[in-house]
Design a protein around this ligand. Structure first.
Ligand SMILES: NC(=O)C1=CN([C@@H]2O[C@H](COP(=O)(O)OP(=O)(O)OC[C@H]3O[C@@H](n4cnc5c(N)ncnc54)[C@H](OP(=O)(O)O)[C@@H]3O)[C@@H](O)[C@H]2O)C=CC1
Ligand SMILES: O=C(O)C1=N[C@H](C(=O)O)C[C@H](O)C1
Length: 250
């Protein structure tokens, strides 16, 4: 059987370089291009790329995806910075290319996907919930895409359960002390040398707390999810948001 022709865009970055190695090592995939900043996107067409792994920056991702979708090239996207407006813009591009599939995964690691699922499940049972995400200091966005998505899922679960706003008697506050407010859920971002990618969801009720914590200790933690995404996106037209849709989580 012929191999799936894959390109990595953002190939010289921290996760991009690891993705290049993972695609090269996969028996059923062929790495046909590894593009960095300044390289021509037309290379994707010239090399017959079927699926792109997009791992760049929030400033670059929209242009890269617009090119891919216009040329019918499927995409697996790890880059962060997704807003409703950006998703709507991508939806418009995809409507004009209905055969093309795009997976956006806030996090490719199985543990992080499960953290989101566990937090979403637990949210309805606790009065309070806050998120602490901890990353390496070279990360350009805060809060992390994973924390942002976790907060959205937790907030939706609370709304579904009919929970009121969280208790918080703060009257005076040094700006930022209570973190960012994502749909009513506080998200705190730590940037610390020595860390890679970590998240804690802390839930609190009368006389008890529950902490769900995940640690990515190496970029290799993201590779099985990227490879799964590539294999599945080529037969999944339209937009898929979250790797959980390609996993059987019960
Ligand atoms: N979903 C997930 O599981 C994960 C997502 N991420 C996300 O992936 C993204 C990349 O992270 P990370 O590797 O740490 O960041 P890096 O800064 O190390 O890598 C980004 C790379 O993209 C390059 N780049 C920027 N613009 C373009 C462009 N237009 N075309 C091609 N290459 C370009 C950069 O080049 P230059 O240095 O020259 O600017 C750099 O080499 C972030 O948004 C991060 O949050 C990271 C890990 C896991
Ligand atoms: O920049 C990173 O490193 C990571 N980015 C993603 C995010 O913002 O959630 C995924 C993971 O946390 C690593």
């Amino acid at each position: 059987m012929s191999k799936l022709r894959v390109a990595v865009v953002g190939a010289r970055g921290r996760i991009g370089a690891e993705a290049v190695r993972a695609v090269e090592a996969a028996d059923d995939l062929e790495l046909v291009a590894a593009l960095g900043r300044g390289d021509r996107l037309e290379t994707l067409v010239e090399t017959g790329t079927q699926a792109v792994v997009e791992l760049t920056t929030p400033a670059s991702v929209m242009g890269n995806l617009d090119f891919c979708v216009r040329h019918g090239i499927h995409a697996v996207v790890g880059t962060t910075g997704w807003t409703d407006e950006r998703l709507a813009q991508l939806g418009t591009s995809l409507a004009a290319s209905p055969e093309t599939g795009v997976l956006i995964a806030p996090n490719f690691s199985i543990g992080a996907v499960l953290t989101m699922k566990f937090a979403e499940t637990a949210a309805r049972y606790f009065e309070s919930v806050e998120i602490i995400e901890l990353h390496h200091p070279n990360k350009v966005d805060a809060p992390s895409g994973t924390a942002h998505r976790t907060a959205q899922l937790v907030a939706a679960a609370r709304t579904d359960a009919g929970l009121p706003a969280q208790p918080d008697a703060t009257v005076t506050e040094l700006a930022g002390a209570r973190g960012a407010d994502v749909d009513g859920v506080r998200v705190h971002s730590v940037r610390l040398r020595g860390l890679l990618a970590h998240q804690e969801v802390v839930l609190g009720g009368e006389g008890e707390t529950l902490t769900v914590r995940h640690d990515s200790l190496h970029h290799s933690s993201f590779m099985p999810g990227i490879l799964l995404g590539v294999r599945r996106v080529v037969s999944t037209p339209g937009l898929t948001f979250g790797l959980e849709h390609f996993l059987d989580l019960g």
